[in-house]
Each structure stands twice: as structure tokens, then as C-alpha cells.
Design a protein around this ligand. Structure first.
Ligand code: NAD
Length: 451
């Protein structure tokens, strides 16, 4: 049994049965049967059903958002956005069904065409930090491309995923096409990874588990997409609008209590602007409203679990210098907004993904020094560049090794632009114009005109 707790109060919310390998076997067999009918259906019918699924999600957006607040401690504003994001992902994917075009390639003596065929049954292993959107990032395009999906949500956050599966049926999606199997990673997650009936795994979570999944997928040459960790830089050049950069910096790493793979947790500030930036950043951090996630005024809620709180505490000891905001006392997994200063470049808090409301700040001398510091990590997911010099913005965008950069902004994720990591932040891309193609095989067919 999985025990779901409210992270803001530590009170039990629900218990959910954990799937066994036998449950996974049965689910894969049912999904494979459902997928055959789905792939054979008219594209317009698949698109219509996905649009209806989006509409049903929209009708239940407030309910889904409240559930997300309860099981994940997300602020209600964020949770509403997340439910809307699922709707939009389904709508966007539905629009791709009839546009999943192959190609016609010039050849002598015949006609050459490519067919984009569905993979079959796709296994989606989701994390707890954005349970709904990240599950839908893979599920929506996989379904649109003609696949079945088995989603294993994280142990701590199965409830919104289970509700989405019910809403899919309410919308009229075929039975067994989209199944949700809550369970533990090493048992249910691993059974999906090892199952020969699963054609592709989409995994979002820690780099450590991602590497082990990739190694297991290699045994079957199983397709895999990995969205892993990050330790993303926020580079502030002295020629930037320093007021705007300092105002935007707090929520760039405090959103979702820092449990965000794109969090800008390494703030790099050009030395000549450092004092001014810190003078603005300090009150901004101290004033962040941390508390009841269901309260509309709250900017930051709790961490997901006791284990995550212990992990964050292990990086941030009281002796480290820095800025510390406020957090509630008493039950709940609370940690204050924190910016550490004067830490060594190679300190664990400066190079490892903490996944909590903690950033480190470093001064840099010039553009070359900024790029050196920005790239001093094994990750490469996101990053921000603040400057008014367009040439510098472009040079830095080319030089920073990361899949998702923003200039004078911290925005990383839009469902219609590609998302994914360089280096140890992942493999493959999700979202964007090619989202459906990632769930297809390309088959080349040559038809002779000579016979
Ligand atoms: P995790 O990688 O252990 O879990 C993510 C998902 O993988 C969960 O659904 C889990 O059940 C499943 N899983 C775990 N072990 C598995 C296995 N052997 N086979 C198949 N599936 C397995 O992440 P976590 O323990 O929940 O969090 C630990 C750290 O991971 C965090 O502190 C953070 O650094 C990182 N993380 C990153 C992201 C991200 O979006 N990039 C998300 C969650 C966690």
C-alpha cells in the first residue's frame, strides 16, 4: 500500500494499492489489445476523442488542482495552471494527429515514402514534483501518435494521475488505452522497464535512477527518453536591468519550493553589479510568503516529504553564510527560502541538485568567467541570461551548454516548444512541434514503377 500524506500538515490523505509485476503484466496485455484498435481508428476520430478528453479535464480543472494541493503541497495558483496545462497538452496533441505526415523522397524507378508508425505500448514513469503536467507531456503525444500508455506515478503523488485515468474513460477513450498503475519504483517502475511488451520508456526523475533505467533499456534496445536533474545558472551581467533581474530571481528557484528541474539555483552576478543586486535580492527573499498552499496569497508551499526535507537540510547547515527567508513552524515539511553566499565553487550545495528552495550566488569578472561558471556542472537543462546587449545575449546563449535558455526571462517550458537536457540532464526532447514523432518509428517504403 502507498500512503499519501498532505505535505503541509503531515496528515494522511489516502492509501492506494501498489502494483505488482503481475499487475504490470496484465496491464501490458490489455494495453496492447487496446492499442491495436486505437492505431486502426480514423485519425479524425482519435483527434476528436483527445479533444473531448481535454474538455473533460477542463471541466474538472478546479477539482484536479485541489487534489494537487492536497497530495503535493503545490500552491493553488500553480496547481490551477498545471490542470490547465494538461488540457492544453491534450488539445495540442490532438491537433497533431492529422498532421503526423511522412515524407516523399525523390528516387529513380519508383516512389519512396516514409510511414510514421506508432511504437505500441509506452511506459511513462513520472516524478512527484509536477505530477500532472509531466505525466501529460508524454501521455498526450504518445496517445495522439497511436500508442497506448501505462503511467506509473510517483509513490507520493498517485491521486491526480488516477483521476486523469477516470476522466479519460468519461471522455470516451477506449478502455485500457490509458492505464495508471501506482506503485514503487523498484517494483512497478522496474517491471515496466523490463517488460518486453513495453516499446518505450519515458522517465522523469533523478539522474541516478535515469542512468539505471537507460542501462536496462539497452538490453532490449528499448526506446527511452530521459528528463533528469539540473543545476541551472541565472547569469546577470552588469549591463542588465538589475532591478528586473533581482525581482525575478527569487521565484526562478523558489517556485514549487525549488522542486523543479529547471530551477535557477546558481545565481551568477557580474562583480560590478554584485552589491546592488544583493541589496535588492535580500528583502525580496525575506518577504516571500511561505505557508498554506491552499491560500491564494501563498507564494511557496512545503516540500513534498520528510525524506526531501532531510535531503535539503543535509546541504544547508546553519553555519553557511547567506540570506534566509521565513517558513512556518510545526507540522509539515517546511524549509525557508535560502540563498547561500561565499561558498566554495565545488561545494556540494554549489554543484549537486538539492531540489529545495536553495540557491547559491557567485560573483564573476567578465563574459568568459560567466560562461566558465555556468558550464561548471555535469547537468545542462536550463538557464537564464540577463543583459541589454543583444550580441552578448546571443554569444552566451550559444556558449551555455543547456537545452532550454531564456534571455531576460526565466521561462523554460511551453508545450509548443521543445524541452530537454544536455549532458546528464537527459536524453531526447519532449513537447514542441516534434512531440508526436518521438512516439513513432519511421518506416521507409520504396515502390517500384518498373514491374
Ligand atoms: P526518483 O528518480 O527516485 O523517482 C522518479 C520516479 O522514478 C518515481 O516514479 C519512482 O517511483 C520511479 N523509480 C524510482 N526507482 C526506479 C527504478 N529502479 N525503476 C523504475 N522506476 C523507478 O526520484 P525521487 O527519489 O523521487 O527524487 C530524488 C531526487 O531526484 C530529487 O531530489 C531530485 O534531485 C531528483 N528529481 C528530479 C526530477 C526532475 O524533474 N528532473 C523529478 C523528481 C526528482
Amino acid at each position: 500500500m502507498l500512503q499519501v500524506l498532505n505535505p503541509a500538515t503531515e496528515e494522511p490523505v489516502a492509501t492506494v494499492p501498489a502494483a505488482t509485476p503481475a499487475d504490470v503484466d496484465a496491464a501490458v496485455a490489455r494495453a496492447a489489445a487496446a492499442q491495436r484498435g486505437w492505431a486502426a481508428a480514423a485519425p479524425a476520430d482519435r483527434a476528436r476523442l483527445l479533444r473531448r478528453f481535454a474538455a473533460v479535464v477542463d471541466d474538472h480543472a478546479e477539482e484536479l488542482a485541489r487534489l494537487e494541493v492536497l497530495e503535493a503541497g503545490h500552491t493553488i495558483g500553480n496547481a490551477r495552471w498545471e490542470a490547465g496545462n494538461v488540457r492544453d497538452l491534450l488539445d495540442f496533441a490532438a491537433g497533431g494527429v492529422e498532421r503526423l505526415n511522412g515524407r516523399q523522397i525523390p528516387v529513380a524507378g519508383g516512389l519512396d515514402i516514409t510511414l510514421l508508425e506508432p511504437l505500441g505500448v509506452v511506459g511513462v514513469i513520472a516524478p512527484w514534483n509536477f505530477p500532472m503536467p509531466i505525466a501529460a507531456w508524454a501521455t498526450a503525444p504518445a496517445l495522439a501518435a497511436g500508442n497506448a500508455v501505462i503511467l506509473k506515478p510517483a509513490e507520493t503523488t498517485p491521486l491526480t494521475a488516477l483521476r486523469l485515468a477516470e476522466l479519460a474513460l468519461e471522455a470516451g477513450l477506449p478502455e485500457d488505452l490509458f492505464q495508471v498503475l501506482p506503485g514503487t519504483g523498484p517494483v512497478a517502475g522496474n517491471a515496466l522497464v523490463e517488460h518486453p511488451g513495453i516499446a518505450k520508456i519515458v522517465f522523469t526523475g533523478s539522474t541516478r535512477v535515469g542512468k539505471s533505467i537507460m542501462a536496462k533499456c539497452a538490453d532490449q534496445v528499448k526506446r527511452v527518453t530521459l528528463e533528469l536533474g539540473g543545476k541551472s545558472p541565472n547569469i546577470v551581467f552588469a549591463d542588465a536591468d538589475i532591478e528586473a533581474a533581482a525581482a525575478a530571481a527569487p521565484m526562478s528557484f523558489l517556485d514549487n519550493s525549488g522542486q523543479d528541474c529547471c530551477a535557477r539555483t546558481r545565481i551568477l552576478v557580474q562583480r560590478s553589479a554584485y552589491d546592488r543586486f544583493m541589496e535588492l535580492l535580500t528583502p525580496a527573499i525575506e518577504e516571500i510568503v511561505v505557508g498554506d498552499p491552499a491560500d491564494e496569497r501563498t507564494q511557496m508551499g512545503p516540500l513534498i516529504s520528510r525524506a526531501q526535507l532531510d535531503r535539503v537540510r543535509s546541504y544547508v547547515t546553519d553555519d553557511l553564510p547567506g540570506i534566509r527567508g521565513k517558513a512556518p513552524e510545526g507540522p509539515g515539511f517546511w524549509f525557508p527560502p535560502t540563498v547561500l553566499t561565499d561558498v566554495p565553487e565545488g561545494a556540494p550545495c554549489a554543484v549537486e541538485e538539492i531540489f529545495g528552495p536553495v540557491a547559491v550566488v557567485f560573483p564573476f569578472d567578465d563574459e568568459a568567467d560567466a560562461i566558465r561558471l555556468a558550464n561548471a556542472t555535469e547537468y545542462g537543462l536550463s538557464g537564464s541570461i540577463w543583459t541589454r546587449d543583444v550580441g552578448r545575449a546571443l554569444r552566451a546563449s550559444r556558449a551555455v551548454k543547456a537545452g532550454n535558455l531564456s534571455v531576460n526571462s526565466h521561462s523554460s517550458v511551453r508545450y509548443w516548444t521543445p524541452f530537454g537536457g544536455y549532458q546528464q540532464s537527459g536524453l531526447g526532447r519532449e513537447l514542441g512541434p516534434d512531440a508526436l514523432t518521438a512516439f513513432t518509428e519511421t518506416k521507409n517504403v520504396f515502390i517500384s514503377t518498373e514491374a
